[in-house]
Design a protein around this ligand. Structure first.
Ligand code: G3D
Ligand code: MG
Length: 186
């Protein structure tokens, strides 16, 4: 419904799935974006978390976009619960940990699992824990992330710190703009 008092002319809701190994920082990234906070204590995600956030699009004040962020359990033994969470997703955020090579090595498996269910969708590849990488714990070079981007069918590779906040906002903004572009909304 629209009224003369509504500043938005169009509203969209997109489901976004955040995907990657356990411990890479998916829950932390969603928490950083939605609540601008970071929790030090580790809580293994069972099944999934689900948060909603309205994206601020400075260049498109007429559009209201709400993201439903589905933060999936990455542990291998929960794989049977995952396909329903991919269904209906408009975009995917693939996350690995810059300080854990194995989380990078598993990325193509995640891509295959997602694409088997919903095919190719607008997606980004994220290397998280940039703060630790800067502290000398980096196990994946920036060029490796850039090189994997194409194979992941990702539109961009971005390095983030959910702990310190670096580029977290950009991730969701960029993905939203890509989704709006590819669906002809802007
Ligand atoms: P997951 O949802 O992908 O399983 P979590 O990952 O968000 O639960 O994060 C796993 C661990 O990594 C947590 O630490 C969390 O605090 C930490 N973490 C997440 N993102 C970052 C980051 O950008 N920088 C740093 N330094 N740590 C991060 P614990 O110690 O609780 O296991
Ligand atoms: Mg989690």
């Amino acid at each position: 419904m629209s009224s003369v008092y509504t500043k938005y002319q169009k509203s969209y809701i997109y489901k976004i799935a955040v995907v990657g190994n356990g411990g890479v920082g998916k829950t932390s990234m969603v928490l950083r974006y939605c609540e601008n906070s970071f929790k030090e204590s580790y809580l293994m995600t069972i099944g999934s978390n689900f948060s909603t956030k309205t994206v601020e699009l400075a260049d498109h004040p007429e559009l209201q976009v709400k993201l439903q962020l589905w933060d999936l359990a990455g542990q291998k033994h929960f794989s049977f619960v995952r396909p329903p969470f991919y269904r209906g997703a408009t975009g995917i955020i693939y996350v690995y940990d810059l300080t854990r090579r194995s989380s990078f090595a598993d990325m193509l498996e995640w891509r295959d699992e997602v694409e088997k269910v919903i095919g190719q969708k607008p997606c980004l590849l994220i290397g998280n824990k940039l703060d630790l990488a800067r502290d000398g714990q980096r196990e994946v070079a920036e060029q490796d992330g850039e090189a994997l981007k194409g194979e992941m069918h990702a539109m961009q590779y971005i390095e983030t710190s959910a702990k310190q906040g670096d580029s977290v906002e950009d991730v969701f903004k960029i993905l939203t703009l890509k989704i709006l572009e590819t669906s002809g909304k802007i």
